[in-house]
Every structure is written in C-alpha cells, then in structure tokens.
Design a protein around this ligand. Structure first.
Ligand code: ZN
Ligand code: ZN
Length: 148
C-alpha cells in the first residue's frame, strides 16, 4: 500500500524536485493534523520543534502537495485559507460559514455516486475534487434572525 511519502516522492521525481529531509519532515507534520489548518499557525507550531524551517520552504511544500493532490485547499469569504490532507481521509465536501468562518464537512456516499455517474456520462476524468458551499451556519443564521 502506498503512503503519502511514496506518492509525494513520485510527484517530486516527475517534476524535477528532490524530496529533501526538510520536506519529509514538513509532510510528516502536516499528515499528523487531523483538521483544517492555516499555514501561518502551522508554521508557528512546527517552529517550536524545528527552528530551521524557512517560511518559503513550508509554502513551497504546501503548494507542491496541493499540485500532487495530497492536500486540499478551502478558502473562506473573508480571505482565510485552510488546508487539510486527504490521504487517509474519505473524500468529503465542505460547508463554509460566511459569518464566523466555521468549516463543516459533508461525507455522503450518494454525492460520490452521483458525481461518478455524471462524470462517466460526460467522459470526464476527475483528478481532484473540491466542492464548497458558502452560506451561514445554524448559529449565525439564528443570531441574525434575532437581530432583525
Ligand atoms: Zn457561522
Ligand atoms: Zn475537510
């Protein structure tokens, strides 16, 4: 069974990149996170243990992981960007609250089945999926109702 290191290494080799010790370490740290994360807070947390990492290397590694399809990107309406690894996690979609920025996940087999069927009919070969719905979470919606 392939793990994320093998997949990333294959990607880097195909793209004339080297899988350096530093990158390997960054990837290890990213794959430990079981939630959506922002790059800056990730950098703060790894810097507590690995002082030598440059910000540029972290950003470059994240961009390459994204290209390799090993992580996905979620942007909120106020411009925040979150990432999460999707290697062992089941494919899922996101609901993003425009008011508080909360990110909810939907894991629903019938969406997968429907999309697969739809793409098959169109002869479309999906490489990467990112399905985001923007709106208001229950709390923010209720809050707004109360205020109006
Ligand atoms: Zn909200
Ligand atoms: Zn997610």
């Amino acid at each position: 069974m392939k793990n994320h290191h093998t997949s990333f290494e294959t990607y880097l080799t195909d793209n004339d990149g080297r899988y350096t010790e530093q990158k390997r370490c960054i990837v290890d740290e990213i794959f430990k996170i079981q939630d959506h994360f922002e790059v800056e807070s990730f950098i703060d947390s790894i810097r507590q243990n690995h002082h030598k990492f440059s910000r540029a290397t972290v950003y470059r590694t994240i961009k390459q992981l994204l290209d390799a399809g090993l992580i996905q990107k979620i942007s909120t309406r106020d411009g925040k960007i979150f990432y999460e690894h999707n290697f062992s996690k089941k494919q899922h979609d996101h609901l993003i609250c425009n008011s508080c920025g909360k990110i909810l996940e939907i894991k629903e087999d019938s969406i997968d089945t429907y999309l697969e069927q739809f793409c098959k009919e169109l002869g479309f070969h999906t490489e990467y999926r990112s399905l985001h719905l923007y709106g208001q979470c229950q709390q923010c919606f209720d809050q707004q109702e109360k205020e109006s």
